[in-house]
Design a protein around this ligand. Structure first.
Ligand SMILES: [Zn+2]
Length: 130
């Protein structure tokens, strides 16, 4: 299914996250996650960080880029950004992964600034295309 990248369609897609179904402290996934959590991998030194286990329970929701996605909690519909970037350093590169909780209005604002063309639904995920 393909939709035009319009504010109305973004609101429709993000709709369920506007009123999370349960309080943050009552969600058994979200209550275990801080507002922002990161991990760093340094493959050249064989060092690998880890996320809290609950991160694995978040579901892919909107794929903006390979390195930048929005995840959704399947229990309460709260949103998270999932970003990845790497930093070149003298001793070898670092891979940095950051998961941050995202309010509905901030998600809408962020997506509005992207000049995309289409939103394509693929299973339970949305792909942003240019
Ligand atoms: Zn939740």
């Amino acid at each position: 299914m393909e939709y035009l990248y319009t504010i109305e369609n973004l609101k429709m897609i993000l709709g369920p996250s506007q009123q999370p179904k349960i309080k943050l402290s009552d969600c058994r996934i979200c209550s275990k996650l801080p507002d922002r959590v990161s991990k760093v991998n340094v493959p050249s030194r064989n060092e690998f960080g880890s996320f809290p286990y609950e991160v694995t329970k978040l579901e892919e929701f909107i794929i903006i880029k390979y390195t930048w996605q929005i995840l959704m909690c399947p229990l309460c519909c709260r949103l998270y950004t999932d970003e990845y970037h790497y930093e070149y350093l003298a001793g070898g590169s670092e891979d940095v992964y950051v998961i941050s909780r995202l309010e509905y209005h901030d998600a809408l604002e962020m997506l509005r600034e992207i000049k995309a063309k289409k939103l394509t639904k693929e299973d339970h995920r949305w792909l942003v295309t240019w």
